[in-house]
Design a binder for this molecule. Sequence first.
Ligand SMILES: [Zn+2]
Length: 912
Amino acid sequence: MFKSFVAIIGFISLSVSLNALPNQYTKIDTIEFGKDKVHTYLHENSGLLVRWIENEDTNTSFTLGVRTPTTDNTGVNHIIEHTVFTGSESFPSSTLFFDANANYPHTYMNASTAADMTVYPFATPYDECYMGLLDVYLDSVFNPQMIYQPHSFYEESFYYDPTTNKYGGVVYNEMKGANSQIGRVIFRNIRENVYEGTHYANDSGGEVEEIPNLTYEHFLETYRTYYYPSNMIAVLYGDIEINKVLNKIDKYVKNYTLATPVNIHVTPELESKKVTATYDTDGEGAYVIKSFVLPRLYDVQSVTDVDLWINTYMMHPQSQFRQNLQSRGIDSLEIFKDSELTHPIYSLIVSQIQSSDVEYVETVLNEEISNLWNIEEQKQHEIDTLEQTKLNILQQDMDKSRGIDISQSIVSDWVHNKDNISYYTLKEYLASLNDINENDIEVLKNAVQVDIILTPDLDEEGITEPVELVFMEEEKWTNILNDMREWQAEYDRKVLEPTNLKKMIIDLGVKDKKYKKDDINFNHYISNTELINTEIYLPTSHIPQSDLNYLFLYSHCLQKASEEITPFEGILKTKIIALENKESYVPYLKIDIISSNDKNQIEILNKANDILASKDDDWYRLQVDKVLGQFYGTFQNDIISTLGTLTKGGQDGSKRYMYEAHYPFYTFCLNCKDESVDFIEQTKQIFDVLGKRDGISIGIVSNEGVAKESIANWQEYFEDKQLEIVENYKYEFDKIDKDSVYYKEGQVDYLLYNYDSKKDYIQAIDYLASAYATKNYLQPEIRIKKGAYGSGMQAVFPNTISIYTYRDPHYKSSIEIIENMPEALEQSDIEQKMRMAKSEALSDFQGQFGLFSSDMKIASILHTLHLMEVDKEYIIKTQKAILDIDSDELKQGLEDINEIITNSQKGICIKK
Ligand SMILES: [Zn+2]
């Protein structure tokens, strides 16, 4: 069964060369893993540990990790993470993070707080930006201004404005929004119960009722307790000049002395139990959560064995376990893995069931779990799981966020005292497996089981006013607020060195070849990879308007059917899409298949369609529930994009079509829940009307040889799928001219102005004006002064401009602020402000077009541009044009803001 495990892990210690190393550092070792060399250094005086993953990747990154256990629910570590970026000794700007974000083009910039650590990562392909961001990050973390004044502390945590009777605070509003997400509620419940009595039971983000009680004194004390080099690790990644970087780090840490790092280790009192709790996000259903808490496993391999076994015998859709559950009425089961801490936790989740079914679901789960332990070996399912895992590894190695991923994993290993570099050990172990090890299953069988039943909170009890919860006397707020405003006005100096933006213009760096064979357009994007990715655009304008809902449902069903064979053989995804071109727009069904390049992708598509054809009515009816569930999930988690689609109802062309696939389709699915409504036959018939016709386009990302074979395969596939005479319909949809209002359980608002520029494509000036308005008006007025979590203006290719606020304490006052923008937007000192805005606009443009992402993503963008008849020169030209705009042109561009505000479709999400 299990082949004895051969140690192939490449621990090759290389000879240590000390020649060039700055003398404040000692090199501990170098370990080689394939193309990566991992060097470890120790900064002698301060005890800072530095790891450098050396390779040729130009998307270089930096990640600083700090051990920060969560000792209460005030969100103190989270608030420190925010506040360090509000001005430092060398960069005294109250908006330092956003200044840096605008000034240095980058591929990633963030900071985040978990239960026991805070990380500060960034990635950029430009040396100049790397060194600039390194200074900003290190000066912020080691020399923050917040230790001399409390103003930024109040701005970021919580404040009360007695004159307006409103509450602000960036983290306060962020957490109000975060806690209305069910995923987070589930995670918190698991941690609270399994780690009860330890610091892991606390909420590192901060509980909304507790954040107002954090004092400035406790905040400073916590910063001093955790923020010193011996309690940190710095991870560097990619092709950097190591000595230059090490010397810069030395500048910030040299005055510290050695100290003991914080101990985050806890031993929870594990006991099996059953608890019930309530949630108050949207939804009426109950959740049954069953957590398996494993004993402490010391090596990555043991955890991996359990992981693979669960994927095979509990999560594989064909597994006996899933089949049994299904036959007893439990169709969907999710798994949530929380394995960062010493005791890995696997939780099975059955979502959104009726309260009266809870007991039944629990009984069935328990019975089927007890059947699991003497289940027969399933060779094929084991192979499926291993194939899926290997595909994941290939994908991860292609990913442009590789540097950040590895660095975060190294930080986590260090924080949790795991002594190896688990990212590599895990991969090498997985690559070595031919079979799944069943020996470790005893640990799962004997695991502590914690059952949690979550039901909706039905009490309509009034929320206590925060100011009544706060220890601060009410009359003190006036002074605090005035001082804060004064400080905000004073510290918006320009403190960052301008970067040379001309050097940062880049192109879509993937070569392509085009062929037309048998009336099919093939686009081959050349990439040296072991994967093959294929995008098939099937035009659907010959499907009559009355059948569109069946097309949308078919698209969903095809992907769902494919999930029974994928992701083991490959991943098949479908999407309804509409692309503008010079005259009009074309609607498509897009099918995306990704697999290792030794697979015949036609087989994957054929199998998926065969599975779909074999499904009975019950299955189709179940899919309707799944679509509704998906809508519900997106409504919950991605409110701005939901508002974005809803507001398209009042627009034309491709946008109106995309609206049709959203809300009207949602209503269609609601109707289908009525047993008497017949939709199944019509949905099945969509298969017959899809096929080869004019406008079909296939994009293939792969190496040369593989593409040739694949093109031949697709020609053959479409040979007998030629559609007879094709008539293109012109769809006539009703225009929805009202504002979209969406009510949601929760404590914060969201607001979106969605403007159709009516231009073929938005121009450089649109990107620049948006960046300018964000930086010089929306952020200071709505984020800083009102304490909302975010606000901005964005130009989105091909022809959308939007203005938004999110996790906003009060949307009405934001409307006033936005409507006032044309008058109030500052144009003094425009040259200086324009420079920053150009940098931000360039960054934003490059991010939108994924110019630094994987070949797959870039190829996909090239394919889209080609279908939209957009010259790919647009990419380079627009970047150059952004940099060439002068202040008079910008002033003119800013005048359009009035038109944008007046003629936008508005979408609002308000608390119930
Ligand atoms: Zn935050």
